[in-house]
Structures are given as structure tokens and as C-alpha cells.
Write a protein that binds this ligand. Structure first.
Ligand code: SF4
Ligand code: SF4
Length: 318
């Protein structure tokens, strides 16, 4: 599989990045051993790039994969992120990642900033400064931000310390905040022109675009400035199909048919209408009507961020 440079960082990654979110306890709930086996298979078949986050609780899954490899996955590039707001919280998040992943140096550490606007750089100044300090101490190789916002991508292009930008982009423009799909494409191009390394999230809009998986990936892969695409995987069939696409090989129809059984979000009857999911959703895809949460499928990108905040465990992605 092709490897691409991430901006000016000197880090080279495969175009397919393994998104580790869906296998974790927020979504499918694979054990670290089960998830680790799938990650290991991906690495053995050429993938060298993993995307995770403090909040995904999937460090044990990655650790299980790395520990099972003869070279402990030395060549594997790990990108993680934290929603920490202060310097101290971010320092703890970096330490947690180093310890849990068994690595002295984290390749890429991002501000996890899905739904905020460009004020994030002021509001989370302490957390950002901590990342810069940890980079200068040599425990992080590259610093960046993950975002659903066009404004944030534009701003990040101007911020010297930002090495990496991880934006949402997909052919339908689902989940993009503060602008249109085409605005985001332009912002990505500008950020790449400023020397930032970019990889894309939600190319399949959380599974909503699985019915034309090849078209959805082709759209994002063709965007100028995108070096890699993070794709969540929980099954070997998904790995097979994604490897075929990113290796530019034909995808057997039987495999497509097996994989295209789209993910769903279910709200169970014992929802108490507290509204925590409404506050958390980055895409305004939840509302409380008559005392119960209701999901707007036209806005929902099946990111799963609402599930862990529900005090009743009433939200499930299946
Ligand atoms: S967070 Fe859970 S209980 Fe609260 S409204 Fe949402 S689904 Fe219902
Ligand atoms: S409703 Fe939940 S899964 Fe859907 S976009 Fe909002 S946070 Fe993500």
C-alpha cells in the first residue's frame, strides 16, 4: 500500500489508517484481545497507521496488537487525541497514552475538538501549550487538531505549532460544521499548502455511505492535501474490503454484500429524556421530544459520541 508523507512532519503513513474507535467500549465492545487480533492482521497486511483517542478507551486493544508482533510494531504510527482543556489535564493525558500504549514517544497527539469553533485555540490554550512543550521535550513527534469545523481547519492552517489537521470530509458533506463540503475541501487545500499534514475522518459518514463505498472513498482520496483516510473497522471483512480499495484492487461483490449491512443507532425505551446526548452530539442529530431522545438520521454520522454520556446506557450503535 502507498505510503504518504504527513505534511512537513517527516512521518510517513499508509493511505489507509485503521480507526480504532468502533471496536471499543463506546461502540462494538470488542475485548482488547479480539480487537488486538484485528489490528494485528491489518498491520501484517501493510497498514502502519492507527487512529485512537483518550475517550475511545482503546489503548488496551492497540497494546495487545503491538505486544503480539515480533518487532512490537515499531514501524506503526499512532495518532491519539484528548479533549483535555488545561495544561495539567493534557499532561496527564499524554502520560496516560505513553504508559497505556507502552511507548516513550507518541507519534501524533491532537486536540480532540470535534464540535467547537476556532475559539478552541484560546479556550484550550493550556492544553495546546502542553502539547507543544511535550513535543519540544521529545515525547510527541507531531501536534495537531481533530475537527468537524471548516473554521478550525482555516485557523489551524495559520497556527505555526500545528503540524497535523484531522478534518471530517465526505462526499455528502455530512457532519461538517461552519461551512459546506466545498468550503471544507478548500480549507484542506489551504492547510496542506501551509505545510500541514492532513488525514480525513468520516469518509463513509459513520457507515451512512456504505451503499457506494468505492465512490465515497474515491471522493476523499482525490482531495488535494489528504494523505490518509481513517476508517473504523471491527470485522475482518471490513479490513478485506478496505485493503482492496486502498490497494486499488477490485472488490468482490460477495464481500461488498456482506459488509453493506449498515450500522444503526438505537435509543432504548428506558431513556429518561435528560438531554445529555443532545448537548454532546456534534451534529445536532439528537433532540428530546415528549420526554424521550429522538435521533435525526439525516444528520447523524454514527460517530457514537452520544452513547458513553447517557446515564441510562440507553443508546446503542449496532
Ligand atoms: S442521554 Fe440517554 S437518557 Fe438522556 S436523553 Fe439521551 S438517550 Fe435519553
Ligand atoms: S446522534 Fe450520536 S452518533 Fe449520531 S452524530 Fe450525534 S453523537 Fe454521533
Amino acid at each position: 500500500m502507498q505510503r504518504r508523507k504527513l505534511g512537513n512532519t517527516g512521518i510517513e503513513v499508509t493511505e489507509l489508517c485503521f480507526g480504532v474507535l468502533p471496536m471499543g467500549p463506546n461502540q462494538r465492545g470488542l475485548s482488547p484481545e479480539e480487537g488486538g487480533r484485528l489490528i494485528r492482521k491489518a498491520i501484517e497486511r501493510g497498514v502502519n497507521f492507527l487512529d485512537t483517542a483518550q475517550s475511545y478507551r482503546t489503548y488496551p486493544h492497540i497494546r495487545a496488537a503491538l505486544d503480539s508482533l515480533p518487532d512490537k510494531g515499531r514501524d506503526v504510527v499512532i495518532s491519539t487525541k484528548s479533549a483535555a482543556k488545561t495544561y495539567e489535564e493534557m499532561a496527564a493525558a499524554v502520560d496516560e497514552a505513553r504508559q497505556a500504549l507502552g511507548r516513550d514517544v507518541i507519534d501524533i497527539f491532537l486536540l480532540h475538538a470535534a464540535r467547537v469553533d476556532a475559539s478552541v485555540f484560546d479556550e484550550r490554550k493550556g492544553a495546546y501549550e502542553c502539547l507543544l512543550d511535550r513535543k519540544s521535550m521529545g515525547v510527541i513527534r507531531a501536534v495537531g487538531i481533530s475537527t468537524h469545523s471548516v473554521e478550525v481547519v482555516r485557523k489551524a492552517a495559520e497556527v505555526d505549532g500545528i503540524d497535523i489537521v484531522f478534518p471530517i470530509i465526505n462526499v455528502q458533506g455530512m457532519g461538517i460544521l461552519h461551512g459546506t463540503r466545498d468550503d471544507m475541501v478548500q480549507a484542506i487545500k489551504a492547510a496542506a499548502g501551509a505545510g500541514k499534514g492532513l488525514f480525513a475522518m468520516k469518509a463513509l459518514a459513520g457507515g451512512n455511505l456504505l451503499s457506494d463505498i468505492e465512490g465515497a472513498f474515491a471522493y476523499v482520496r482525490a482531495i488535494e492535501g489528504i494523505s490518509a483516510v481513517a476508517v473504523g473497522m471491527v470485522k475482518e471483512e471490513e479490513l478485506d474490503i478496505n485493503l482492496a480499495i486502498f490497494n486499488d484492487e477490485p472488490v468482490p461483490q460477495a464481500l461488498k454484500t456482506r459488509v453493506v449491512n449498515t450500522k444503526k443507532l438505537i435509543i432504548q425505551a428506558f431513556c429518561i429524556g435528560c438531554g445529555r446526548c443532545v448537548e454532546t452530539c456534534p451534529n445536532m442529530a439528537m433532540e428530546v421530544v415528549d420526554g424521550k431522545a429522538r435521533n435525526d438520521k439525516s444528520r447523524c454520522i454514527l460517530c457514537g459520541y452520544c452513547a458513553p454520556v447517557c446515564p441510562q446506557f440507553a443508546i446503542r450503535l449496532v
